[in-house]
Design a protein around this ligand. Structure first.
Ligand code: SAH
Length: 258
């Protein structure tokens, strides 16, 4: 293995990553259909209900949640550019009365205990840890409130060393679907629904739109080694997905606070 292959996502400047993804519609695998499928499992939301969307990115799923519930939504993301875009999109969609985007870290939240009926998070919880996130967020949920997150998970008990190394470098705690259900249950939630998101969420909605962005990004950063290495990493990630997709994916975990 050469040095380039050994680099992982944590070695890159966050601003470079933010800049790359800010021009993409999605910052992680997913789709409107799958967001709505997960939302179907949440009962009892009304005009007084409050939702937090953790690691919202530019807000693809946030807008959809607002369009399909009557609730007030607070979106949280570490990246100010993403939150600015989200707030702009919210205005365009005339949802600014119901969505508020704030810059912050999802492991250090400015919320009151038992403030929310639902905590949503697509493709983001790994940044603070699945178990840590579930345990920390629980206090912000009302009793009988829901958590709904997508998280990288192994589909099989064993997998080839190449893909094992890639994901353990990126998400050291990555484990199987079964283990994650146990973690959710041990963290104080009744597992309500668990399903893997379809391949098209990764290919059509995530990797394919990145291809023109990669060409553009390389032009914008001509001669910048870090930018070139970052694009190689993103291309390798997409290649590994096509090679090993039967072994892993994002799984939606929906739980109800006991
Ligand atoms: N939910 C969006 C974005 C997923 S990408 C989608 O599915 O399209 C992960 C997001 O988490 C990024 O927007 C990143 O800026 C954000 N993020 C990473 N660490 C974070 C943290 N500690 N607190 C809040 N957001 C974080």
């Amino acid at each position: 293995m050469n040095n380039k292959e050994e680099q992982n996502i944590h070695e890159f400047d966050l601003n470079l990553i933010f800049e790359y993804f800010s021009k993409l519609k999605r910052q992680g695998p997913g789709s409107p259909e799958i967001t709505l499928k997960a939302l179907d499992f949440i009962n009892g939301l009304n005009e007084k209900s409050k939702i937090a969307d953790m690691g919202s990115g530019t807000g693809g799923q946030t807008i959809l949640l607002a369009q399909n519930t009557p609730c007030q939504i607070t979106a949280v993301d570490l990246c100010p550019d993403f939150i600015n875009q989200l707030n702009r999109n919210t205005l365009i969609q005339k949802l600014d009365g119901r969505i508020k985007g704030i810059v912050g870290s999802m492991d250090d939240l400015p919320f009151k205990d038992e403030e929310f009926d639902l905590i949503w998070s697509e493709g983001a919880i790994a940044n603070i840890g699945f178990e840590k996130g579930l345990r920390y967020w629980k206090k912000f949920l009302k009793r009988d409130g829901y958590v709904a997150v997508t998280y990288e998970s192994w589909f099989t008990n064993e997998r080839p060393a190449e893909i094992e190394k890639w994901w353990v470098d990126a998400v050291p705690e990555i484990t199987t679907v079964g283990q994650n259900v146990s973690i959710m249950q041990n963290s104080g939630y009744v597992p309500v629904a668990v399903f893997a998101i379809p391949e098209s969420c990764w290919t059509d909605n995530y990797y394919l739109p990145q291809e023109p962005r990669q060409e553009e990004f390389l032009k914008e950063h001509r001669g910048n080694k870090a930018a070139e290495d970052f694009i190689s990493l993103m291309r390798r990630e997409a290649h590994l997905y096509s090679k090993y997709k039967q072994y892993y994916g994002y799984v939606f975990y929906i739980g109800k606070k006991i």
